[in-house]
Design a protein around this ligand. Sequence first.
Ligand code: UD1
Length: 362
Amino acid sequence: MLITHVVGARPNFMKAAPVVAALRRYDTVSQLLVHTGQHYDANMSGIFFDQLGLPQPDVDLGVGSASHAIQTAEIMIRLEQVLVEQRPDIVLVYGDVNSTLAAALVSVKLSIPVGHVEAGLRSFDRRMPEEINRLLTDQIADLLFTPSADGDQNLRCEGVAPDRVYLVGNVMIDSLVRLLPNAEARWDDLCTRLKLQDYGLVTLHRPSNVDDPSKLTQILNALADISEGLPLVFPMHPRTRRRMADFGLEGLSKSLGLIEPLSYLDFLTLQRRATVIITDSGGIQEESTFLGVPCLTLRENTERPITVSLGTNTLVSQDMTQLKCQVRQILRGEAKSGKIPPLWDGMAGERIAAIVVGQSGA
Ligand code: UD1
């Protein structure tokens, strides 16, 4: 049985690694890894492969950054040739980035079955490019691996046949569980290098927060206010850094603790010890819930509602008064506590591998 994994952007890598590792245990299975090149900087891609133990990609499509249409189309054109040559029995795609949808579409058009890891999540906000990627990928995938029961419910409402849906748990948490000890071993170094004591950890990259000059200015001003009571560490995504430069906002950066994007392990240990995490990421809402660290999410909605209902996540939208108020509450020791959702147990990759192999009879 030949399985091709397609990954492209930073949040794909920690989801693919546990599935690749679990499938290695089946000697009837061969695997190929295709990197679309959606993310290409060493600190957005290469270092994650090294730390997560992912093999070097067998093929790198080298697509790079472009508009959504160009990026998606280029992935499709280049991947089609690769899949025609490889003829895998199944293609596995991850998450909700442009590479996910592009790869799923190419595969189904070649009549190659598709498995979608992290299926069923919905923000119900079609202004988000990721929501479109999720909806369309789930419509055309053959096997849908969901991280939590809300995913199954969403797919049911969309009329997806239940026999295509498998509740397997959160595969990204597999990587976290496996690598947290390695991450912890880096704490002393990191702590000295960044001169850390108590701190808030910030990430920001959603177009809805960073592409509008007035919204970005408001957020950065609020963060500067917060940093007067709690120092911040802010590993900055290249999109956000570019926008700050485009909008002439570098002057605001002084108190924000800006650093370059961090590796997987460094970021994990910083999450684990943060007083609060302020983010607009998807995956960080989940990781902070698992780690029991309060998370304030700068979004109006989330495709990961279980992190709010069960976990430590609070949506603060773009309401900066609310953000500052929530931070003060956390600093008073009144942080929201949470529980770890069912099946976020480090075994999701194993469950996916067993289903994929079982389906093929390999
Ligand atoms: C993409 C995903 C988003 C995910 C995020 C994680 C889509 C639609 N969006 O958003 O869901 O949360 O990845 O990071 O797929 N850039 C670099 N170096 C890189 C990669 C990007 O400098 O290695 C810069 C480029 O200026 C690029 C910009 O970042 O134009 C945005 O990159 P892109 O892949 O288009 O989207 P992300 O914002 O990273």
